[in-house]
Each structure stands twice: as C-alpha cells, then as structure tokens.
Design a protein around this ligand. Structure first.
Ligand code: PNS
Length: 166
C-alpha cells in the first residue's frame, strides 16, 4: 500500500512548541510528513528561510518520517509535486478560523484533489504563536519553554534585548 503523505505548510518564523506538537500529532496519522516553509515576499520575516529550515531540522532531531523543505508559489502545486493530497493546518483559538477557511476554500478551488485537515494543538500551546513569541522576545521577555531550545538560542543572535535572557 502507498504511504500516506501530508504537507504541513507555514511561515515557521520561528518554529514554536505548538508547531512541534502538531507535527507529532500528524505523524500519528500519516506515514510521512513534509514540513514546508513558504517563501513569502509580502511578509517581513525575522529569520531567513534557510535559518528557519535549519531550526526545524534541529528541533525535530531528523525524524526519518519527516522531510523539511521550502517552496515558492502556490501551495497546492507544491503538494501535488510531492505526491501528496493532504494539507495539515493547526487550529488554535477562534481567531484562526476565518483566515484558515478562506485559505482552505481557495486551495480547494485551485485543486479539488487536495484536502485540508485541521488538527488542534495541545491546550498548553493554545496561545502560542510565532508572532507573539517574537514580540515578547524583542522586548527581552523569556520565551523559554514555548519554543525549542535551538530557537531560544537563535533569538539571542537576532534580538539585542534577548541576548542576556537565561
Ligand atoms: O504560517 P502561516 O504564515 O499562517 O502560513 C501561511 C501559508 C504559507 C500556508 C500560506 O500563506 C500559503 O499557502 N502560501 C503559499 C501561497 C498560496 O498558495 N496561496 C494561495 C492559497 S491562499
């Protein structure tokens, strides 16, 4: 039987423990998961795509069931090019809902063979987002425990106010 493959796309700027939790959940359902970092020229990022890919690889300790990749252009085209037909997205609070539905319906219009599956992060991570992590860290607030250790370290290199956070 063919392996069940899913793609988990996102900005991952940077990867958080909420993302890690979702990846672990997805790997209980799928044989193979492709974590896909989007090149998004309209979003100003803290980390380069290459830095994000490296942090994901380190955080996930090279699990053989998982591939880490980047993509340009349409997500559905990337998904099809990987021989997959499922997109995984995380849902946290209600505020995610509208944006996620818009994206799902657009992706469905673009390729009817691709479906989006929503997974809920562990409730511990319900209010964790890359955006809020960056905001707290840029002001010197510790985000240790909310992000993988490698992210905590790399934030020190990026953000002067974070340099001395233990
Ligand atoms: O982590 P994010 O920023 O919420 O992820 C958004 C992402 C990367 C999944 C989304 O922007 C995306 O799919 N980008 C690729 C471009 C695309 O396919 N757009 C059309 C579908 S809305």
């Amino acid at each position: 039987m063919n392996d069940k493959i899913a793609v988990y796309p996102g900005s991952f700027d940077p990867i958080t423990n909420g993302h890690v939790n979702l990846i672990e959940r997805a790997l209980q359902i799928f044989d193979k998961l492709i974590v896909a970092v989007a090149y998004n020229p309209s979003k100003t990022a803290l980390f380069s795509v290459e830095e994000r890919l490296e942090m994901i690889r380190i955080a996930l300790k090279n699990d053989p069931r998982m591939t880490v990749a980047s993509f340009n252009g349409l997500l559905v085209e990337f998904v099809a090019s990987q021989g997959a037909n499922v997109i995984i997205r995380g849902l946290r609070a209600l505020s995610d809902f509208e944006y996620e539905f818009q994206m799902t319906l657009m992706n469905r219009k673009l390729n009817r063979k691709v479906d989006t599956m929503f997974l809920m992060t562990g409730y511990k991570w319900f209010y964790t987002s890359s955006k809020i992590i960056k905001e707290a860290a840029s002001l010197g607030g510790s985000v240790r425990g909310l992000v993988p250790e490698i992210v905590h370290q790399r934030l020190k290199d990026k953000l002067p106010a974070y340099r001395n956070v233990p």
